[in-house]
Design a protein around this ligand. Structure first.
Ligand code: NAP
Length: 296
């Protein structure tokens, strides 16, 4: 990890696509039910910050809300959405039709990043690769990615795409200090080797890494120890537990781009503020140790 304490984080590449984004994006799966005024303010907050990745998916039903925000004014944000495959809905034609639907809801002609939401058992990843290649070649997607792919499937689809000259931009997986499987199951290693972004969803463990340390009555011992460690470091930086948790993911590897969900502008602002400083090596190591039981 970098030890240059106090240095801001640089932009991060989406693999070899030539697209660069802020190291932190934002998840929108709760935007549909959230207060619209707060969501619009959240959208403005991140848009002003730079090319922040806004993550949606057809299954979240938040594409329309993101589309309403986009229609409300220009933004520097980078928009990502996902194709939902299910048995009988896997062909390139079905993927392209789904992409057309997403573009219509978002009010876009081209999406910055289009993912396959997860692999399906018994479906060769080549089928998805063909659809994703068409998405790029048609000009409807600038870059393409996968989500919830294990290392083997990720390597196979990256290989298929490479033969068509299309880089795999990202693999989006569940990754936080309370779930570090990506470090042991080969996904992080594959991202580094293939130069693919690891987009971390649930980076705040669905809110479990946001609670202050005196509100831990019901939490498991391991989680309590981790939260105590995060709270101590947060105090030293006049920061919050969530900012420390996000900063650790950012320091873990330069391929990691966390996308914390936020429906409130002050949460989005606080998360982006985590980009203005870094953990020291000692702090990084202390957190690493306190969360080590979560490696598997
Ligand atoms: N690819 C997949 O299969 C997949 C699966 C699940 C999720 N995702 C993506 O990952 C994104 C993130 O997941 P998530 O939102 O469920 O979990 P998360 O990012 O781990 O946690 C979000 C929670 O933390 C709160 N929060 C955010 N910033 C905060 C801050 N600075 N201080 C205090 N609380 C804060 C949010 O509150 P407020 O809402 O009140 O702001 C929300 O309750 C989703 O939106 C979605 O885009 C992808």
């Amino acid at each position: 990890m970098p030890a240059d304490h106090e240095m801001p984080h640089d932009m991060r590449p989406l693999g070899r696509t030539g697209i660069h984004v802020l190291p932190l994006g934002i998840g929108t799966n709760k935007w549909r039910r959230a207060d619209r005024g707060a969501v619009l303010e959240t959208y403005r907050t991140i848009g002003e910050a730079g090319p922040c990745m806004i993550d949606t998916a057809e299954i979240y039903f938040s594409e329309r809300v993101v589309g309403d925000c986009l229609r409300a004014g220009p933004t520097r944000a980078v928009i990502a959405s996902k194709f939902l495959p299910f048995p009988g809905r896997t062909s390139p034609r079905r993927l392209m039709r789904a992409l057309d639907g997403s573009l219509a809801r978002l009010g876009l002609k081209t999406i910055d990043l289009y993912y396959v939401h997860y692999p399906l058992p018994f479906i060769d990843v080549g089928v998805f690769a063909e659809g994703l290649i068409e998405a790029v070649k048609s000009g409807k997607a600038r870059a393409i990615g996968v989500a919830n792919f294990n290392a083997d499937k990720m390597r196979r689809i990256a290989d298929h795409l490479a033969r068509a000259g299309v880089p795999l931009a990202a693999n989006q997986v569940n990754y936080s200090l309370l779930r570090r499987a990506a470090e042991t199951n080969g996904v992080l290693e594959a991202c580094r080797e293939l130069d693919v972004a690891l987009v971390a969803y649930f980076p705040l463990a669905s809110g479990r890494l946001t609670q202050p340390s005196d509100d831990m009555g019901t939490k498991a011992m391991g989680t309590k120890a981790l939260l105590t460690c995060l709270a101590d470091i947060a105090r030293a930086h006049d920061a919050s537990i969530s900012q420390v948790a996000l900063n650790w993911l950012l320091a873990r590897d330069s391929h990691v781009i966390p996308i914390p969900g936020a429906t409130k502008p002050h949460h989005a602002r606080a998360n982006l503020d985590a980009l203005s400083w870094r953990l020291s090596k000692t702090e990084y190591d202390a957190i690493d140790q306190a969360s080590a039981p979560r490696m598997a």
